[in-house]
Design a binder for this molecule. Structure first.
Ligand code: GLU
Length: 509
């Protein structure tokens, strides 16, 4: 490849970025890095009606959280700017004019109402209306009006759009880097609007003009844009830019967990997992939860996303961003849709959480501790993390699972008490307290002390360990007893056992 690799992520700020969009950005990023190319962020905001305030900032914040960095873009500038289409408004009209002058595009004056009524008429006859080679000859456009009439209407300020004049019966053979050859007959395609009388181009025109002016070498984007490829190809041809036309790769869809259809925002609500990278507050106040706020680590999120649609050709599943850059190839992107698996997403997070040092996890957990008003010391937090991190999926699991390290049990598992504790244990527990009082509160010594106690009194281990555990934790869960007691310390442990003994004395066995 002798051309400089320049790829872009070109989202429209119409709402929060779905994880499918993050994956598109990621694959572009990996491809750019792999080929020592440039990665560009361009905001495609020509559709003013769908513009959502805050969406652009959200996109930048989310990708920054993921560790996806750009070389040029709306937020950092660069030699091909501006990188926001609304700021490039003055550029596009000349290109629309050029296409009209060449006969590749035409003015159309049909009003929205007229087109709507045609659509309904067609529907009534069980047909679909399309503005195309078959219908354009009977509609109000510069192909049916005289040159003079057209000019008069424009001068009179009659609203118009510019439409692409789709050629008749051409068989286009297009190449997609993922899908291979795609063949289309142009007679089946409609005359898409390229430019509107509000002075703004549509996506199609602005996208082609900008990709050309920004010298984009590869367009890597979602599968939903594959149907636009013939039009885009014909635009490059009409502008006589085919020599430098980018290569195209259309990424497979992200599917629902059951594989039936595209993953949507509603699936997240319905099945209880996030589909957005970060929390998004809709203008009407609705909250869409994000992976970040759920407790996902960006490295785990990126690793999981990378494998949704791409495979390394080996069994390896854990990859750092640098390894992904190293290994990524478009050839290994799958053609078929990739099923999002929320359980697998959690698995990835667990793997990455385990790899964090206790210090790193302490930093992540500090805000959770503050938010919940939990009083503790960094040393204690550190120890709790050490005990619980193996089993945690999210940082907050350590606090939720280990809440008894920070506060006395609010209640006891009565069912477990009934099933597993005998009233005779009460007496032994009282005696054990004496032994514990003279014991050094370190894990192994505590375990030995309790084992010895059981032997001396010919008790099964459970007869002592289970009541002590319920006394300290409230339930039968948790790590080794000695470890729990070491972290709680002598005073707190003995206090809890004493409180529990009183509880047992009242208990209806
Ligand atoms: N603005 C389009 C989108 O939001 C970009 C499609 C493309 O990459 O060409 O998906």
């Amino acid at each position: 490849m002798n051309r400089e690799v320049r790829v872009r992520f070109a989202p429209s700020p119409t709402g929060p970025l779905h994880i499918g969009g993050v994956r598109t950005a990621l694959y572009n990023y990996l491809f750019a890095r792999k080929h020592n190319g440039k990665f560009i962020l361009r905001i495609e905001d020509t559709d003013q009606q769908r513009f959502v305030p805050g969406a652009e900032e959200y996109i930048i914040e989310s990708l920054t959280w993921c560790g996806i960095k750009f070389d040029e873009g709306v937020h950092i500038g660069g030699p091909y700017g501006p990188y926001k289409q609304s700021e490039r408004k003055a550029i596009y009209k000349q290109y629309a004019d050029y296409l009209i002058a060449k006969g590749s595009a035409y003015y159309a004056f049909d009003t929205a109402e007229e087109l709507e009524s045609l659509r309904k008429q067609y529907e009534a006859e069980k047909k679909t209306f399309q503005y195309d080679i078959h219908t354009r000859t009977s509609l109000k456009n510069s192909l049916t009006l005289s040159k003079q009439e057209t000019q008069d209407w424009i001068n009179a300020g009659k609203p118009y759009v510019v439409r692409f004049k789709m050629p008749e019966n051409r068989i286009l053979q297009l190449h997609d880097l993922i899908r291979g050859e795609v063949t289309v007959n142009t007679s089946t395609l409609d005359d898409k609007v390229l430019f509107k009388s509000d002075g703004l181009p549509t996506y199609h025109l602005a996208n082609i003009v900008d990709d050309h002016l920004m010298q984009i070498s590869h367009v890597i984007r979602g599968e939903e844009w594959l149907p636009s490829l013939p039009l885009h190809y014909l635009l490059y041809e009409a502008f006589e830019w085919t020599d430098t036309m980018p290569l195209f790769a259309h990424l497979p869809l992200l599917l629902k967990p059951d594989g039936k259809g595209k993953l949507s925002k509603r699936d997240g609500d319905r099945l209880g997992f996030p589909v957005f990278p970060c929390n998004w507050h809709n203008p009407d106040g609705e909250l869409y939860p994000g992976f970040r706020e759920w407790g996902y680590l960006p490295q785990a999120f990126i690793n999981m996303l990378a494998l949704l649609g791409w495979n390394p050709g080996t069994d390896q599943e854990l990859f750092s961003l640098n390894e992904l850059v190293e290994l990524f190839t478009i050839e290994r992107v799958n053609k078929s849709g990739a099923r999002f698996d929320p359980e697998k997403a959690k698995w990835f997070n667990q793997q990455y959480l385990k790899k964090l040092s206790n210090d790193e996890l302490t930093e992540l957990i500090k805000p959770i501790i503050l938010e919940r008003g939990i009083n503790t010391t960094p040393e204690k937090l550190h120890k709790v993390i050490g005990l619980l991190k193996e089993r945690a999926i999210f940082p907050q699991d350590i606090i939720n699972e280990g809440i008894y390290f920070f506060q006395k049990p609010l209640q006891y598992d009565d069912a477990a008490i009934k099933k597993r504790i005998k009233p005779t244990s009460i007496n032994f527990l009282e005696q054990l307290i004496d032994d514990l009082n003279s014991c050094n509160f370190a894990n192994e010594e505590l375990e030995t002390a309790m084992n010895t106690f059981c032997q001396q009194h010919q008790l099964g281990l459970g007869e002592i360990m289970i009541p002590i555990r319920i006394a300290l934790v409230g339930t039968t869960k948790g790590p080794h007893l000695g470890e729990i007691m070491e972290v709680l310390g002598k005073k707190e442990s003995i206090d809890r056992i004493t409180t529990f003994i009183s509880y047992l004395k009242q208990f209806a066995f």
